[in-house]
Ligand binder design. Structure first.
Ligand code: SF4
Length: 282
């Protein structure tokens, strides 16, 4: 008999369960259902595997920063950007991806945020799932996943977690809170802070720091998210015909940006009926 999986939490799950203030109207629980309950179905799997241009740019930008610091001399070479572009095999990308990533590399080459910093972790961005942190408390137990882009030690010994961004999306403070909770377990002897840095517009966020009691509340909230999500998964496994009751749809204009709009029966972008198609031709 297979043992039931332990509940888990991550920033990604948090964002799928609860919207940020500016995403209230377009938040759809059914997306969580596709991503976290039906991810192994061939159609869903294929849609999840399709990286959007924004995702490609984010990943290549992160790899670019990694390569600059892995071959640190390239930051001082006039052809450093071209060299990193070759390492990233940028020529295989679409024009949009190529142009935007080249701009990011040029900006980073001109003003390298991490140069001279004591970096203790810098990821390429394609390492896959990190090892989970087991959080065990008298009232709850869950696995926490936190994929950190960069961790450095500031001159006053503070641990600084930096998350790299691209594009126009706003920074979501909750992501930093998850990192700070993870740091409590991974680097227990350090005071930790977190921030975001948008590589495309070279914009730093404010520094985010929390007290121990705030971390306790965040941990409790994530334990609750993990428990509720696990409960939803069990309900779905018991009766998968209840998918749309367990993960209710919230269709709207935002369906056009949803990766599942081609297979979601609630999508506002439904395929046209043969009659509608005929009318369109007239
Ligand atoms: S297509 Fe629309 S209703 Fe369906 S999962 Fe996506 S956002 Fe929700």
């Amino acid at each position: 008999m297979s043992t039931p999986q332990q509940p888990f939490a991550s920033y990604h799950l948090w964002s799928l369960v609860a919207p940020t203030a500016w995403q209230q109207r377009c938040h759809c629980q059914m997306r969580r259902g596709f991503i976290k309950a039906r991810q192994h179905e061939p159609q869903v799997k294929a849609l999840l595997a399709k990286a959007t241009a924004s995702q490609r740019i984010g990943l290549l930008a992160q790899k670019g920063v990694y390569e600059f610091h892995h071959h640190i001399h390239l930051l001082n070479q006039s052809d450093g950007v071209e060299k990193v572009a070759q390492l990233l095999k940028l020529s295989n990308s679409t024009d949009e991806v190529k142009q935007r990533v080249l701009q990011i590399l040029k900006k980073y080459h001109d003003d390298p945020l991490l140069l001279g910093k004591r970096i203790i972790l810098l990821t390429r961005g394609d390492e896959g799932f990190p090892k989970p942190i087991l959080i065990s408390h008298r009232h709850y137990c869950f696995r926490l996943y936190a994929v950190m882009d960069c961790v450095l030690i500031e001159s006053d010994s503070t641990l600084h977690i930096i998350d790299f961004k691209t594009g126009k999306s706003d920074f979501d403070r909750r992501q930093a809170l998850v990192y700070l909770l993870a740091a409590r377990y991974l680097y227990p002897t350090h005071q930790a802070i977190a921030s975001f840095y948008n590589l495309e517009v070279c914009k730093k966020s404010e520094i985010i720091r929390v007290t121990q009691s705030e971390l306790d509340s965040i941990e409790f909230e994530l334990a609750e998210i993990a428990r509720k999500h696990q409960e939803d998964l069990h309900k779905y496994q018991e009766n998968n015909s209840k998918f749309n009751k367990i993960f209710p749809a919230n269709p709207g204009y935002h369906c056009r940006f949803c990766p599942f709009n081609s297979i979601c029966e609630f999508s506002t972008l439904k395929a046209l009926s043969p009659q509608q198609n005929e009318k369109k031709k007239l």
